[in-house]
Design a binder for this molecule. Structure first.
Ligand code: MEV
Length: 434
């Protein structure tokens, strides 16, 4: 073990796989075969994948599904979802169809501002630092011109830089808090490059100004983007919610609104409610090559921005009209990053009509709202398990290596019965005993 700790990254891919298989697996050949079956025979794609990260030993596949029939601001879309959870794509498709015949989804961009901060310590007089900041601010902008030139040509750049006194929360702690517009790029590299230059300029010029105690701690963008927000909404007369003959529209609308209000006041419910929204959001974020960890972090921070974790979506009935909407922060890119590199990301973006970053914000927010609508509709009517377990049935059958014939028999048997893991396994075993 000890000698293998040295230089793993220097081994060839085959040597890495060998070492992993020999070191950790009872059956190294089987372990290697598991890895190899996900290896792409197309050497160009494999080379590309190998270069995305370090120490690649194979590929980790997720299904890419599509939900057609989305009408967003009058335009039709087929939305790509990269996700392993059954029911998500089916739910999205159902919600798309439902709202497609009720005016479709509408969206509004509420802001596109990105944020980054230089965190530093300063031990002197605050008035002197404030004076220094006024002096250095033009240099912060001029010394980043090399970085901002191209972004400015595209209509983006640095919007503002302010000095923030955080000493009440942490001794000697100040920030340069900067805001940016990054147009169609997510902007992480652009923002971080600007911030690192700000930090350098802030430090370099300080001694000329008689300040010697600035200590730069770090410079990094923030994934909390409360001013980079999109609203997605649907509405229709309550009477038009009457799609299913078993559902009384008024009762359904009331119950639905109550379910949303519960998520607004009860954090335990809000987390699961928002998780359902993220089922839609993450899947499209992933399919379009965006950073789902950044989105997740930002969304949940936004959900608790007023001091208590709450629902991202809201609903009301007013003058006989049911409205349901979602405000969600989404810092996305449709150029740069993986967008030009990953063939499936390129495919997904082209299928969406090569949207701008703001259009992608709109599409992704709609995917989240659609998912939330579908989940709440199930939860407040039939319950979630009926649909979930039907979709999950196939996974259970695959887990137990059911043959095609067995699958047909089991699916037919559970057509009108409640599905549970045990019941399926019991029935499968009874078939096998016959
Ligand atoms: C499951 O992935 C998502 C739900 O739990 C969401 C919700 O409860 O609203 C069904």
């Amino acid at each position: 073990m000890t000698q293998n700790k040295i230089g793993f990254s220097k081994l060839t891919k085959e040597e890495k796989i060998d070492w992993i298989a020999q070191t950790y697996f009872a059956n190294p050949t089987q372990a290697k075969n598991i890895l190899l079956q996900y290896w792409n025979q197309n050497t160009d794609i494999q080379k590309l994948h190998d270069e995305f990260i370090e120490n690649t030993i194979t590929n980790f596949y997720l299904p890419l599904g599509v939900a057609p029939n989305f009408t967003i601001n009058g335009k039709n879309y087929t939305i790509p979802f990269a996700i392993e959870e059954s029911s998500v794509v089916a739910a999205a498709s159902k919600a798309a169809k439902f709202w497609g015949s009720r005016g479709g989804f509408k969206t509004t961009i509420l802001g596109t501002e990105k944020i980054g901060q230089v965190h530093f310590l300063y031990e002197g007089d605050k008035a002197k630092l404030t004076e220094y900041f006024q002096f250095v601010k033009p240099f912060l902008l001029s010394e980043t011109e090399g970085i901002t030139k191209n972004m400015q040509k595209r209509g983006g750049g640095i919007s503002d830089i302010v000095l923030v006194d955080k000493t009440a929360e942490l001794e000697n702690y100040y920030q340069l808090h900067a805001t940016f517009q990054t147009k169609d790029s997510m902007g992480a590299n652009f923002i971080n490059s600007c911030l690192e230059q700000f930090a350098k300029t802030l430090k370099d010029k300080s001694e000329d100004f008689g300040i010697t105690s600035i200590q730069i701690v770090m410079s990094i963008l923030s994934n909390f983007v409360p001013n980079c927000v999109v609203r997605a909404e649907v509405s229709c007369p309550v009477s038009e919610l009457n799609e299913d003959k078993n559902i009384i529209a008024e009762e359904f609308a009331q119950k639905f609104v109550t379910a949303v209000k519960i998520a607004e006041v009860e954090p335990y419910r809000a987390v699961t409610h928002n998780k359902g929204i993220m089922n839609g959001i993450d899947a499209v974020v992933l399919a379009t090559g965006n950073d789902f960890r950044a989105i997740e972090a930002g969304v949940h921070a936004y959900a608790s921005k007023d001091g208590k974790y709450t629902s991202l979506s809201h609903a009301k009935i007013e003058n006989g009209i049911f409205s349901f909407w979602l405000d969600v922060p989404l810092a996305l890119g449709t150029v740069g990053g993986l967008t030009n590199l990953h063939p499936l990301v390129k495919f997904s973006l082209e299928m969406l009509g090569n949207p701008s970053a703001t259009e992608l914000m709109e599409i992704i927010a709609v995917a989240g709202l659609a998912q939330n609508f579908a989940a709440l509709r199930s939860l407040t009517t039939s319950g979630i398990q009926q649909g979930h377990m039907k979709m999950h049935l196939n996974n259970i059958l695959n887990q137990h290596q059911a043959t095609k014939e067995e699958k047909q028999q089991v699916i037919a048997h559970f057509e009108s019965k409640t599905v549970s893991h045990n019941l399926v396994v019991d029935y499968l075993e009874s078939l096998r005993k016959k």
